[in-house]
Design a protein around this ligand. Structure first.
Ligand code: ADP
Length: 396
């Protein structure tokens, strides 16, 4: 049974076709610059050369048409006809309180997704465009929506409520939702396997550290706290996002003459590791500069490591202990030095790293040594596979 996974952004579209009998990726690709000049599709299949197609794609439907054509192309395609696609899984960003799990898409789900758009104005409308275009092109194929927020719907009230007037929650649904749920769920399942234990008996802290970064406390397989909030701006320092700051800074800046939109752009696009270092939002560049003695680059990294470490401390308190800490995503999977810097301050948890294991890359590995009281792991995340698994389970 083949499952097509679609991740639709406002001007981009990522896809993967997976054979779910083996969980093998048959093909994957990326369309960029949809609706703007220079639209391009890059399609890859294992053992074949990359195919690059540059032609105008005014809409997501046009882009999806080309993706479908690439999948069945006699030269570089991987299936004979679209009938070999049994189900489609769509990444959906915000499911609000309506969706606490993945769901088979029907008209009622589309309507609810539209209602959730207010909470994710950049992401949900793009997801919906992808879903609608796919439904038109493959009208008889079951489709499933998998939400970034769903995994965190198990958060208890004390973790998800902001201490604001309660009416704001009732009127506007202002609360913590959390994101990266598909990734946190995937790596927590893989961590239990790697530890040879049951997920239901474990206290885990998952550190998804990429350009966007969030931590998640997972007790007995359920998310009990996470660092992103109503939006993905909250929590840790990120590539360009400030994470948690004193909220009074916003009216302070507005009183200084900044518009609300300018403050929004400043916090989302000009802050974080980029804003502090003044060098780049890419951790590799900032690590390189810090190694060459750049003090602001080092400070940006120090803030990042400090926030991850202190949030780990908060989640140990939330769960009254921790059995395993997981590192995942671009930086979490690749940066030996960041992992060492973060874990350097976790001696009170009995954490000690195995330097040889910590220098490995690209595979699920335990990086703590045999004496470590808490198991520390690197687990490459795979959100597409998690979406495909949920899609398969529901489409059946
Ligand atoms: P996102 O999906 O949020 O865009 P990723 O999970 O792809 O982010 O992570 C991207 C980040 O990971 C970049 O900042 C990049 O610098 C960092 N990264 C990737 N490889 C390394 C590495 N070898 N060392 C340090 N940082 C790395």
């Amino acid at each position: 049974m083949n499952v097509l996974v679609i991740n639709c952004g406002s001007s981009s579209l990522k896809y993967q076709l997976l054979d779910m009998t083996t969980e093998e990726v048959l093909a994957k690709g990326l369309v960029e610059r949809i609706g703007i000049e220079g639209s391009v599709l890059v399609h890859e299949a294992p053992g074949q050369d990359k195919v690059k197609l540059e032609q105008p794609m005014k809409t997501h439907k046009e882009a999806l048409n080309l993706v479908m054509a690439a999948l069945v192309d006699p030269a570089h395609g991987v299936v004979k006809s679209l009938e070999e696609i049994s189900a489609v899984g769509h990444r959906a960003v915000h499911g609000a309180e309506t969706f606490s799990d993945s769901v088979v898409i029907d008209d009622a789900v589309i309507k609810s997704l539209e209602e959730c758009s207010e909470l994710a104005p950049l992401h949900n409308p793009a997801n919906l465009i992808g879903i609608n275009a796919c439904r038109e092109l493959l009208p008889n194929v079951p489709m499933v929506a998998v939400f970034d927020t769903a995994f965190h719907q198990t958060l208890p009230g004390e973790a998800f409520m902001y201490p604001l007037p309660y009416e704001l929650y009732e009127k506007f649904k202002i609360r913590k939702y959390g994101f990266h749920g598909t990734s946190h769920k995937f790596v927590s399942q893989a961590a239990a396997e790697l530890m040879g234990k049951k997920l239901e008996n474990l206290k885990l802290i998952s550190c998804h550290l990429g350009n966007g970064a969030s931590l998640c406390a997972i007790k007995n397989g359920k998310s009990v706290d996470t660092s992103m909030g109503l939006t993905p701006l909250a929590g840790l320092e990120m590539g360009t996002r400030c994470g948690d700051i004193d909220p009074a800074i916003i009216p302070f800046l507005v009183n200084k003459g900044y518009t609300v939109e300018e403050v929004d752009v400043l916090m989302n696009k000009k802050s974080g590791v980029l804003g502090v270092s003044g060098i780049s939002s890419d951790f590799r560049d900032v690590e390189g500069a810090a190694n060459n003695g750049n003090k602001r680059a080092q400070l940006a990294l120090d803030i990042f490591h400090y926030r991850v470490r202190t949030t780990i401390g908060a989640y140990v308190a939330a769960m009254d202990g921790v059995d395993g800490i997981i590192f995942t995503a671009g930086l979490g999977e690749n940066s030996t030095t960041s992992r060492a810097a973060i874990c350097g301050g976790l001696k009170y948890l009995g954490v000690s790293l195995d330097p040889v294991a910590n220098s490995k890359r690209g595979e699920a590995t335990i990086i703590s040594d045999k004496d470590s009281k808490t198991t520390v792991m690197v687990i490459p995340t795979n959100e597409e596979l998690m979406i495909a698994r949920d899609t398969l389970a529901l489409a059946k």
